[in-house]
Design a protein around this ligand. Structure first.
Ligand code: 13P
Length: 232
């Protein structure tokens, strides 16, 4: 089986518009990147206007999955539909089809302190597994709630224990092939200083990075892939 390819994702959450985007993209790209127009905007006659189907209720910050009004303005999307009754937060089979999915799981501080971490993440993974028939385009992101945006990173041993436990769960409850091939990435206060030690853990296949993905140190985190001989 091919080695798992190290993955580093930057989760900008509801941050980044205008000059902030330019700065970080310039760092990553080493060149000024054009603002990509959406596919619809690129195809449509200019006398039609495009609307977004929702937007974040407040100003931008650490709000995964949200797009702020400011971001829409930046993208030259002038309209937004708000409060529509068809919006759903649940993961469904349809949401997975045709998309690559980073499915996030993780325990709260109370659950960790109660010693139920593995039970919690296994139950969360079970709920995901019930919706997934083809695991090719799915990865799991283990993000403990207590580590997200707090500066309290899981120790390499804590992360490895959960990643290893998840792989064992997948081995028993999905298939040994999926357990071996799926990427299990870690998220929660990853930064340029702690990424290498985490990346060296055998069952840790990459990162989902919040705050540090908005800073130049994100490049160091991307480079931590080289800690793994199997990375590309
Ligand atoms: O939520 C996260 C990634 O999805 C992690 O956020 P931080 O890296 O800011 O802790």
């Amino acid at each position: 089986m091919a080695p798992r390819k190290f993955f580093v994702g930057g989760n900008w959450k509801c941050n980044g518009a205008g000059d902030d985007v330019k700065k970080i993209v310039t760092v990553l790209n080493d060149a000024e990147a054009p603002r990509a127009p959406s596919q619809v905007k690129g195809l449509l006659r200019p006398d039609f206007a495009v609307a977004a189907q929702n937007c974040w209720v407040r100003k931008g910050d650490a709000f995964t999955g949200e797009i702020s009004a400011e971001m829409l303005v930046n993208l030259q999307v002038p309209w937004v539909i708000l409060g529509h009754s068809e919006r759903r937060a649940l993961l469904s089979d349809q949401m997975i089809q045709g998309l690559k999915v980073i499915a996030c799981i993780g325990e709260t501080l109370e659950q960790r302190e109660a010693g139920t971490t593995m039970e919690v993440v296994a139950a969360q993974t079970k709920a995901i597994a019930e919706k997934v028939s083809d695991w090719t385009n799915v990865m799991l992101a283990y993000e403990s709630v207590w580590a997200i945006g707090t500066g309290k990173v899981a120790s390499p041993a804590q992360a490895e224990e959960v990643h290893d436990g998840l792989r064992k769960w997948l081995n028993t409850n999905v298939t040994p092939a999926v357990a071996e091939s799926i990427r299990i990435i870690y998220g929660g206060s990853v930064n340029g200083a702690n990424c290498k030690e985490l990346a060296a853990q055998p069952d840790l296949d990459g990162f989902l990075v919040g705050g540090a993905s908005l800073k130049p140190e994100f490049v160091d985190i991307v480079k931590s892939a080289t800690v793994k001989s199997s990375s590309a």
